[in-house]
Design a protein around this ligand. Structure first.
Ligand SMILES: Cc1ncc(COP(=O)(O)O)c(C=O)c1O
Length: 444
């Protein structure tokens, strides 16, 4: 039993909460607790300010406790708290869908709501399979992912995902899944700013897989345009375009998982805009509601949506949905979030900051333990040499030290990942770098 004195003079027992993706026993010996947040900062339970270098978990793109979003949630909770999601509607879910498709790439004019990135991924995979069946291509049952891909934690997502620890404990996973090679090649692409120079040919790995299984068996391929959770891996120049070509040639749907890159992270609404490649389906969540309320949205190309609309009109066209799909409070939060992004020009702001960000993060090159740095949009990764025989320990020590010094970073393996809210000021970018530099120098 571990008691904790929070800032609210309340004693908690920490044992009951089995924390996600956390070393529970280690955490509960020395808990790190946030009790408040405003704009770029968190407040800890011991009253310290911590600069948010990660937008929470890549989601608080407009910064914390923004009044417009908070008020929208409060108003909505008092006006219409819940409406059944099946065979009933409420206006804000429709208004939001219209606003979302207005910022999506041309031709993706339909949105299916979920409550998270993981649910969005599994929804997208199901749409792909059901679409192929609807157009008479029911033999297309294979799904292709990529090594080092992260697509959330549901069974579809971990099956197409390429992270060993997310897969190995959970049995046989989905059948009929194959994986392309990842694109990470630090020897040929050291310290990249933006897309990497070498590796477009790795897209042809899809052709290899298509040849092995025959293209007529493949429903869809899913990739993160920038792989985030395995350490910020920008794509090689031309790679995504080549994937698009191969998919077009072989009737394979292309799904972009934009759970991290969506809603301005790369200085555009979507990575599809940044890389000028339009997929058939875009998977989103996180920044959709500024992380405030769980919500995801899957954008679907018109032909795909329309293929479902052929049967008798009284029949349900797609057997899928969640109790909270398009929840009124989430929809209100998302509408207020989109307004905040627009009014404050936050996507444009991220674009303008990209070179400043890149130069600042890359100034850590040469710092002790640093073996690679990668930046794109307002994302950065600082890769550290692992301690021999003890992978992850060095980066985790940096994480704890940064937290003590008033900076929230995130680590994955021995990689520090950074993704601040898009409202970050230039001086705060400097603060991130100058907090990290001495920490890295002093690490074992
Ligand atoms: C690319 C990608 N897809 C899916 C997910 C899963 O999202 P969630 O944690 O909301 O289920 C994440 C989460 O980080 C992600 O980065």
């Amino acid at each position: 039993m571990t008691p904790l004195q929070t800032g609210h003079a309340q004693t908690n027992n920490l044992d009951a909460f089995w924390m996600p993706f956390t070393a529970n026993r280690q955490f509960k010996q020395a808990p790190r607790m946030f009790v408040g947040a405003k704009d770029m900062h968190y407040t800890t339970s011991d009253g310290r300010q911590v600069l948010d270098g990660t937008a929470g978990l890549w989601c608080v793109n407009a910064g914390h406790c923004r009044p417009k979003i908070t008020e929208a949630i409060q108003r909505q909770a008092a006006e219409l708290d819940y409406a059944p999601a099946f065979q009933m509607g409420h206006p804000k879910a429709f208004e939001l869908a219209s606003k979302l498709v207005s910022i999506a790439p041309t031709g993706l004019d339909h949105v299916f709501y979920t409550n998270s990135g993981s649910e969005s991924v599994d929804t997208a995979l199901k749409i792909a399979l059901a679409y192929q069946r609807a157009i008479g291509q029911g033999a297309r049952q294979r799904l292709i992912g990529r090594e080092r891909g992260y697509h959330g934690v549901n069974f579809g997502g971990i099956s197409v995902g390429g992270i060993v620890n997310n897969r190995k404990f959970f049995g046989g996973l989905l059948g009929g899944v194959d994986h392309m090679r990842h694109t990470h090649d630090p020897e040929r692409n050291p310290y990249p700013k933006g897309e990497t120079e070498h590796g477009a040919e790795l897209a042809d790995d899809l052709l290899r897989i298509a040849t092995l299984h025959d293209p007529s068996t493949i429903a869809a391929v899913i990739v993160e345009p920038v792989a985030g959770s395995t350490g910020v891996l920008p794509p090689p120049k031309g790679y995504l375009k080549r994937l698009r070509e191969i998919c077009d040639q072989h009737g394979i749907l292309l799904i972009f998982d934009e759970v991290i890159t969506g809603y301005g992270r790369l200085g555009q609404p979507f990575a599809a805009d940044y890389f000028e490649v339009t997929p058939d389906i875009i998977v989103t969540a996180k920044g959709l509601t500024n992380g405030v309320i769980p919500m995801g949205a899957v954008f679907v190309r018109n032909e795909i949506h329309d293929a479902f609309m052929g049967g008798p009109e009284h029949m349900i066209e797609f057997f899928r949905g969640y109790t909270y799909s398009g929840n009124p409070i989430a929809a209100a939060a998302a509408l207020a979030t989109l307004e905040t992004y627009k009014e404050e020009g936050l996507f444009e702001r991220a674009k303008a900051l990209e070179p400043v960000w890149a130069d600042a993060i890359h100034s850590l090159r040469g710092t002790r333990h640093v073996i690679d740095i990668r930046t794109i949009g307002l994302i950065g990764a600082i890769e550290l040499e692992p301690i021999a025989g003890q992978p992850t320990k060095r980066a985790f020590a940096a994480f704890v030290e940064a937290y003590e010094k008033g900076l929230l970073i995130r680590t994955t393996g021995d990689i520090i990942a950074l993704s601040p809210p898009l409202i970050i000021e230039e001086r705060q970018i400097g603060e991130i770098v100058e907090t990290l530099r001495p920490i890295l120098e002093a690490l074992n």
